[in-house]
Design a protein around this ligand. Structure first.
Ligand code: GLN
Ligand code: ZN
Length: 784
């Protein structure tokens, strides 16, 4: 018995991305867009069924985001969008992207990270009187279209509690109102929907409740129990699969088991602790367990024998077991076979979405038996495919043999990847001293002696605008129309320009502008041993935006310096200090697919050692300030509080390993952005950087209070210029923010900078904004 919890939807060649962008720029009609979407839906169902996966999920498609879909499904459209009087599709896109037209300037819904993934969802706004009402057409159409295709689907929906827990109160809501207070009313809408789906002949529905793999209050657990008891008691409804993923349900597992829902999906990859609890047989005797044993978050092939044993061990403890991906396959690329340039030794270790279907199908066949949400797949289309022939009702000896054979091959492939003994020896020889710099007061004095900076020193975060010429040069280099020396010439010309501009503006610590970097992680991955890059491995980040994460597969080391030539060149063009610019170990891990055969901590240390060598070389080249960016520090924070300390320990350790080789007179800066840092503020202090620049412009410098609370006493640059907006802040406005900052930070420790890199902005905005920033610093300096 087999299923998957969801599938990628951007299209194997990013068809949806391109169609969306054409629709938004009015190059195609809504009907064109809809027909492309329909093809993606059909191909997805056919792909899943054709692979022999017995239960096919439905409604896995989204034009933009599944949380936004849910908001429309239940009628939670804030008035400012409803008022526009647009078609349903354009109302939807207005919520996703805002509406920017002469006379109407309506911002999009807030966007935020989907749990600890790199996917971002739109945050619904719920008020005390949001009028929930069912708009089921999209979901019912998907079911009807699947029927026509001869495939019975299990529609996938965000569950009512996760929807509310991830929403935010609308601006007008009373103080203290929380969306989850509306759970009972929202459950009415879901009840109505379940009735409609039953009418449409749907046998199973999947309701996703991943919010319950994080810590939840008693009241939130009680709401879960109440809502699902209510839904389970409906006389006319499909069977219910409540799906969890990204971690262990903890106490919510038994709560759900007691509600009368037929089936629960658990993520045994991210939450392996559940295996023990389930095996000890608590309250799940009547439940069909959907065991997520094929990693939906990472690109590695599954050790099928090992996972089959695991599932078999659970079989007697629960009503029945099916096998599944650990979460939706949305988070991995489509298909390894599209890749032609990956190292041959790596290929047998990889499984993207398409390969994971095969894995799940094979496990299901080897497991045999019937029952649970995986029993209903009977599809005319699938039955005619050869692959489906392997999914007999009973375990087939052929499937068992195939499982064993695949595991053998995988284990051999893993062994074939040579460990790098020198990297391992070096790691093994590290001691605490390798992560510890000298005393800060001594460092600060040595650095000031060397740099002679004014109070309220000004700087930027690293990148300057990525112009069309720069992108063109990179494309020409890739296409072979520009040789590397021609490319380097262009980059040097750009560095000259950026340095001259900063001197003219009067900034104190300059940057080279990062013109040579495509991306702050890819740039380093391409130069480090142990990384591989795909051509088509796109994964949706949000809406039409996709990323192609590097694959960190082997021992990491640095064959040669990565940034030193550029930094040295930039420094040669000015008497002012130029900052060297590196990406930190945690951020490199966070934005890559990372090997899962050793602890993340060890992989982070390997990356850190490579960076440590780079820091040493930059220092030897005369670079006096080195910034190690860690914008993703908050991103990898585990969902459960009990796991925070361990994560932060190794994250901090890796940063310190990367930077602690620096001399006292070398200033180590770090930069953080993209989130609120309250939860990790103590760890930021422990990074022991000499200067921390941090996003703050949008929260009125609040982060400074947090830093003071944890006793942070080194340099800090609260971002005063919000680079996410094209708006140019005035000198007065910047001076006001700086004055606020100067109330809580001594002027020797206070730095003046934007809140992130400038690469996405245009010079027309950046030049005046930085001019104002320098003026504001001067103005406030004069008042000290
Ligand atoms: N140094 C990088 C830049 O300026 C930092 C980017 C980031 O924080 N995301 O672009
Ligand atoms: Zn940033």
């Amino acid at each position: 018995m087999s299923t998957v919890l969801g599938y990628p939807r951007i299209g194997p060649r990013r068809e949806l991305k391109f169609a969306l962008e054409k629709y938004w720029s009015e190059q195609i009609t809504a009907a064109d867009l809809e027909s492309i979407a329909l093809n993606i839906r059909r191909d997805t169902r056919a792909e899943i069924a054709g692979a022999g996966v017995e239960a096919v999920p439905g409604n896995t498609f989204s034009y933009y985001d599944q949380m936004l879909d849910t908001a429309l499904l239940v009628g939670a459209v804030p008035r400012r969008y409803a008022q526009l009087g647009l078609s349903p599709l354009d109302t939807y896109f207005a919520m996703a992207r805002g509406r920017h037209e002469p006379g109407t300037e309506i911002p999009a819904l807030e966007m935020t990270k989907w749990f600890d993934t790199n996917y971002h969802y739109l945050v619904p706004e719920i008020g005390q009187d949001t009028a929930f009402a069912l708009h089921a057409d999209a979901v019912l159409d998907d079911v009807a279209d699947a029927d026509q295709q001869g495939i019975k689907v299990r529609p996938v929906l965000i569950g009512p509690l996760t929807f509310l827990l991830l929403s935010k109160p609308e601006a007008a809501a009373a103080e203290g109102f929380s969306p989850v207070e509306r759970a009972a009313e929202l459950a009415d809408v879901y009840a109505e929907l379940l009735g409609r789906l039953a009418d449409a002949g749907v046998e199973w529905v999947q309701l996703d409740e991943p919010a319950y793999v994080a810590d939840r209050t008693e009241a939130e657990l009680a709401a879960l129990a109440a809502v699902y008891r209510r839904l389970a008691a409906l006389p006319h409804r499909p069977k219910l699969l409540v799906a969890s993923y990204f971690g262990d349900l903890g106490p919510a597992l038994e709560v759900l088991a007691g509600t009368g829902v037929e089936s629960i999906a658990v993520d045994l990859v991210a939450g392996p602790a559940a295996v023990e609890r389930i095996a000890s047989g608590t309250g799940l005797a009547g439940v069909h367990l959907v065991a997520g044993v094929v990693d939906g978050r990472n690109v590695w092939a599954t050790d099928l024998s090992q996972q089959l044993d695991l599932v078999r061990g659970l079989a007697g403890r629960v009503g029945s077991v099916a096998v599944s991906s650990s979460c939706s396959l949305l988070h991995v690329p489509y298909d390894v076979t599209m890749e032609t340039e990956l190292p041959a030794e790596l290929l047998p270790r990889l499984a993207f979405a398409r390969q994971k279907l095969d894995e799940v199908a094979l496990l299901g066949a080897a497991l045999g038996g019937r029952g649970g949400p995986a029993e209903t797949a009977t599809t005319a289309a699938a039955a005619t495919t050869a692959a489906a022939a392997t999914t007999a009702a009973a375990a087939t000896p052929a499937a068992a043999a195939a499982v064993a054979e695949r595991s053998e091959r995988l284990r051999a492939a893993r062994q074939a990847v040579r460990a790098d003994a020198s990297v391992r020896d070096r790691l093994a020889s590290l001691g605490a001293a390798d992560r510890q710099r000298g005393d800060y007061p001594v460092r600060a004095a040595a650095q000031q002696q060397r740099l002679r900076l004014p109070l309220l020193a000004t700087t930027t975060i690293g990148s300057f605008p990525q112009t069309a010429e720069l992108r063109r040069a990179r494309a020409e280099l890739r296409a072979g129309r520009l040789d590397s020396s021609g490319y380097a010439d262009q980059m040097r010309t750009e560095i000259d320009r950026v340095i001259a501009l900063q001197e003219e503006l009067g900034l104190d610590v300059l940057v080279h502008g990062e013109p040579e970097r495509n991306d702050m992680v890819q740039y380093f991955g391409e130069q480090l041993a142990g990384f591989a890059f795909t051509r088509h491995g796109w994964v949706q980040s949000y809406g039409s935006r996709c990323v192609r994460p590097p694959i960190l597969f082997g021992d990491v080391h640095r064959p040669r310096p990565m940034t030193v030539d550029w930094a040295r060149y930039a420094q040669s063009r000015t008497a002012k200090p130029v900052k060297g610019m590196l990406t930190g170990p945690v951020t490199i891990l966070a934005w890559s697919f990372v090997r899962d055969d050793q602890p993340l901590a060890r992989t982070a240390d390997q990356v850190a050692l490579a960076l440590r060598d780079e820091v040493a070389d930059l220092q030897d080249a005369g670079i006096a300030v080195i910034q190690v960016d860690e914008p993703a520090l908050r991103e990898l924070l585990p969902l459960r509080n009990s796991e925070h300390a361990e994560y932060l320990r190794w994250a901090v350790d890796a940063f310190r390993l990367a930077t602690a080789g620096a001399d006292d007179a070398t200033a180590i800066h770090t930069h953080l952005c993209y989130s609120e840092f309250g939860e990790v503020i103590g760890a930021i202090d422990e990074l022991d950087a000499d200067v921390t620049s941090i996003e703050a412009a949008r929260s009125n410098m609040e982060v400074l209070d947090d830093l003071r609370r944890v006793g942070y006493r080194r340099g800090v640059g609260p971002g005063v210029y919000d680079i996410h907006s094209p708006r140019v802040p005035s000198t007065d406005e910047l001076a006001r923010l700086l004055t606020t900052a100067a109330e809580s930070v001594a002027p020797q420790r206070l730095w003046v900078n934007p809140d992130c890199g400038l690469k996405t902005r245009r010079y027309a905005e950046v030049e005046p904004a930085l001019r104002h920033l320098v003026q504001a610093a001067e103005q406030v300096r004069g008042t000290l």
